[in-house]
Design a protein around this ligand. Sequence first.
Ligand code: DX5
Ligand code: ZN
Length: 220
Amino acid sequence: MASSVRIAPSILSADFARLGEEVRAIDEAGCDWVHIDVMDGHFVPNITIGPMVVKALRPHTTKPMDVHLMISPVDTYLDAFAAAGADILTVHPEAGPHIHRTVQHIKSLGKLAGVVLNPGTPAKMLDYLIDDIDLVLVMSVNPGFGGQSFITSQLRKIEAIRKMIDKSGRDIRLQVDGGIDFETAPQAIAAGADVLVAGTATFKGGPSAYADNIRRLRGG
Ligand code: DX5
Ligand code: ZN
């Protein structure tokens, strides 16, 4: 089991009319990273945030900005998100065409590189990437929307990837995203996840509830 669990609230569930204030509120409430879901209406059936919004949010927190790119093509936008202030850039192999090249591109920008696996994508996708990446993200819902139910088969994938990471001896975070709440968070942690993305469960109840929500997700 992972020793210290990081909480990365997904701002997809924040009040978009007050995004700067919302980011400050989760920062003050004790989150570890700020998870930003970028969707293009093509790779996933929803449209959200671009580099201009990431840049606008940058002054509102000193915590790592964890940018989950659900866009295709993705390579053409990496420089813009890096320049906007992203710290971690996470990409789907299916966004194509060459995931290894995309990872190299992210590293050349001086950013942490993450690879994200959809629920139907097997762990073996990582076999020839594990030596080059800083983060693996296991999707526990199909990407596109917040508020979906946790797909329990992904716990086995988390367990398999935890073994793969431990065997590699490298410093790689294992993140899970989708349907994380007070019930599923401990399950994901027990399976070996060490970063939990949570949108609905963080923002539920408004700003006065954020600190308590984050503490409970962490298992405190
Ligand atoms: C889904 C996004 C998630 C989503 C999580 O495509 O990647 O980050 O916002 O939302 P909840 O925590 O509500 O399932
Ligand atoms: Zn996400």
